[in-house]
Design a protein around this ligand. Structure first.
Ligand SMILES: [Zn+2]
Length: 86
């Protein structure tokens, strides 16, 4: 069963990487990296933790957001609203 889980994980990762980095827009403005001005990002889910929920071990109740990882320099930008792909 462990092998199946690993295979599924590798498959999901391969699929995500196959999509490749893309351009995004948030609030009607194209997302650019604040560090290197790059325009290509990879998307990941990000947990928006609050200290209160973390204190009582209820992190899973927190909302999730979207993290965009700059393909060029790796800087991470977080958005509470999911940015649109261009
Ligand atoms: Zn960058």
């Amino acid at each position: 069963m462990k092998k199946l889980g690993r295979a599924l994980k590798a498959g999901a990762k391969g699929f995500a990487n196959a999509c490749g980095p893309v351009c995004y827009q948030a609030g009607g403005v194209q997302v650019r990296c604040t560090h290197c001005k790059g325009e290509l990002f990879r998307e990941q889910e990000a947990l928006l933790n609050t200290s209160g929920m973390t204190l009582v071990n209820l992190d899973w109740l927190n909302k999730s957001g979207t993290a965009l990882l700059c393909e060029n320099c790796g800087l991470i930008q977080c958005y509470a609203k999911k940015p649109d792909k261009l």
